[in-house]
Design a protein around this ligand. Sequence first.
Ligand SMILES: [Zn+2]
Length: 103
Amino acid sequence: MYQTKPMEKLEMIACPKCGNPMPLKRRELGYHVCVNCSTVSAKRGIPVMRGTGDHTWVDLEVMTQEQFERYEEMENKTKSEIRPNKQTKDNLQGPFTIVETDN
Ligand SMILES: [Zn+2]
């Protein structure tokens, strides 16, 4: 009896887009480029309001997956900064001086 190896060696081919090695299996699954290339080429559309006054229309901003993630990160960060920390506020009692700090 013998054990099968945990990692079967994959046959590699060169990605036609960037030239980096990618598993042949990947092409058999219907992908023609490596993981890196297919992630980069994934596009996301964000509806954006454009124009002023009566001339407004919704445009679709097309960005890469990477840009989209950065955009979402920015959105989440903005929201969390705006949200007031209510619990702390409710716990405040008595007279005190609010000292403004730079951070
Ligand atoms: Zn590639």
